[in-house]
Ligand binder design. Sequence first.
Ligand SMILES: Nc1ncnc2c1ncn2[C@@H]1O[C@H](COP(=O)(O)OP(=O)(O)OP(=O)(O)O)[C@@H](O)[C@H]1O
Ligand SMILES: O=P(O)(O)OC[C@H]1O[C@H](OP(=O)(O)OP(=O)(O)O)[C@H](O)[C@@H]1O
Ligand SMILES: [Mg+2]
Length: 282
Amino acid sequence: MLRIAVPNKGSLSEPAVDMLREAGYRQRHDPRVLVLVDPENDIEFFFLRPRDIAVYVGSGTVDAGITGRDLLLDSGADAVEHMQLGFGGSTFRFAAPADRVRELADVAGRRVATSYPVLVGGYLRDRGVEAEVIRLDGAVESAVQLGVAEVVADVVSTGTTLRGAGLSVFGEPILHSEAVLIRPRSQADVPAGLEVLARRLQGVLVARQYVLMDYDVPTSLVEQAVAITPGLESPTVSPLHNSEWAAVRAMVRRDETNRVMDALYDLGARAILVTSIHACRL
Ligand SMILES: Nc1ncnc2c1ncn2[C@@H]1O[C@H](COP(=O)(O)OP(=O)(O)OP(=O)(O)O)[C@@H](O)[C@H]1O
Ligand SMILES: O=P(O)(O)OC[C@H]1O[C@H](OP(=O)(O)OP(=O)(O)O)[C@H](O)[C@@H]1O
Ligand SMILES: [Mg+2]
């Protein structure tokens, strides 16, 4: 039976459970459930702290898990990314009062508060910046005001928390993170069940990212139309009863839907219909 670790709390928990449910797996409804067996799919889910998931996966006690790239790197565990999951996006950044620290070089000789000491320590070491890294469990933005550090390094999503603490980001982002499916680095053969899980999750990603677009177009314009909607492999072109027109069906990126519809309409396509994809296997 495949053993998969899933975040039990925090920003990644609910979207991870939603994605697994969309992929057809049994999921917990009660946040107190710690282990859940899905016998139909021969899979067992362990609900663990997101920060611990890389440790379990790295030790090989579970076959794979869902966590954040930042948490994976900070854990130093023997685990690698198997696929990106398209949610839980964030950047990891330095921040400080804008009048005191403006660039990475200014961090030298200062104290940096963070919940991700391995990630931050490694980043500074790679760039030859000597600073003291202070590990805190959370709410690191308050560390400057309380005099524990001059700089913080933390997850930034909207930036509201930093602004509230009077801090400004500086330097390049340390990392762009998102939720990832991870597996042990040393795994010689990826278990067959994990490939099925990854394919199902890929199906959810595609269903979320693409729509199906159908339209009618004069046959003389089919080549120009399919250049606008090339689809993933090749669009379906079907004859219509009126032989001067053809019907085209193609997958289109959801975020490009309206731009593509405008371009098709301008070209002369009509009856342009957009449908959501419920599930798919590519
Ligand atoms: N707005 C956000 N705040 C915090 N973490 C986020 C956010 N968006 C995505 N993440 C990701 O969530 C993971 C952090 O998980 P963590 O368990 O610390 O959750 P949390 O939302 O910070 O909850 P907690 O209250 O337990 O600290 C990281 O991979 C981080 O990149
Ligand atoms: O840029 P924002 O949208 O404001 O979000 C980022 C903030 O959210 C997280 O804090 P969380 O609420 O998880 O508290 P924590 O620091 O105790 O983990 C993170 O650590 C930042 O503080
Ligand atoms: Mg947090």
